[in-house]
Design a binder for this molecule. Structure first.
Ligand code: ADP
Ligand code: 5GP
Length: 213
């Protein structure tokens, strides 16, 4: 057994607050962090690679996977289905690797309530202002004005779930948010529940202690 148990690190925010950017930075910082590639029924955006950004699939395929219990969580977001395939997550955490999720509040809630809930670290990103959120969606340049309007409309629904998370960060300065995320992850890795070898270590200390009496 690895001397550390993998964490399920969940990043949620309204669309445009910075999840993808920060998740890329975290994976560059620690390449052992696995990224949970979600399944989705939405169409790929320009530049998105199947199997890397998402597993793009039909509704029929998605529903079949959900029925077969192959999704750790799933939700309907912006008119499309999204879900986190279970098998790669289990394999990574069994090997002591953390897994990073970029998912919405519904997915975060389902994972928190699952058998893996005790090994979950959930972080919510808030934008500095709604005006700035809109500006970021526009400068990202990936969505049509209609899609941006839809995302903005939904942003309050996502923000209203901010208080279900372990940590909440206002993503104003990107470097500062990145530094805070790293601090949170490093501290949470030391949580008792993440260190399966502790009991054996304390037992060894006790034996040594008793031998010295
Ligand atoms: P999400 O994945 O949450 O939808 P992105 O990571 O795609 O959001 O970020 C949306 C846009 O905002 C991107 O163009 C990104 O470069 C920019 N961005 C992210 N964080 C910041 C920040 N702290 N300050 C300024 N721009 C940011
Ligand atoms: P986008 O279409 O911009 O990539 O993602 C739209 C929203 O769906 C984002 O809020 C994102 O976090 C969420 N999302 C992406 N993948 C999943 C997933 O597997 N499960 C859930 N519940 N939400 C997801």
């Amino acid at each position: 057994m690895s001397n550390r148990r993998g964490l399920l690190i969940i990043l949620s925010s309204p669309s445009g607050a910075g999840k993808s950017t920060l998740s890329r930075r975290l994976r560059d910082w620690d390449e052992t962090i696995a990224f949970s590639v979600s399944a989705t029924t939405r169409a790929p955006r320009p530049g998105e690679v199947d199997g890397q950004d998402y597993h793009f699939m039909t509704q029929a395929q998605f529903k079949q996977d959900v029925a077969a219990g192959e999704m750790l969580e799933h939700a309907h977001v912006f008119g499309n289905f999204y879900g986190s395939p279970r098998a790669p997550v289990q394999a990574a955490i069994d090997a002591g690797r953390d897994v990073l999720f970029d998912i919405d509040w519904q997915g975060a809630q389902q994972i928190r309530n699952s058998a893996l809930g005790a090994h979950t670290l959930s972080i919510f990103l808030l934008p500095p202002s709604i005006r700035e959120l809109h500006r970021r969606l526009e400068t990202r340049g990936q969505d049509t004005p209609e899609v941006i309007a839809k995302r903005m409309e939904k942003s309050w629904d996502e923000i209203s779930h901010w208080d279900g998370y372990d940590f909440v960060l206002i993503n104003d300065n990107l470097d500062a948010t990145e530094a805070r995320l790293k601090t949170i992850i490093e501290a949470t890795r030391l949580r008792r529940s993440q260190q399966p070898g502790l009991t054996a270590h304390v037992r060894a200390l006790q034996t040594e202690f008793e031998e010295m009496q």
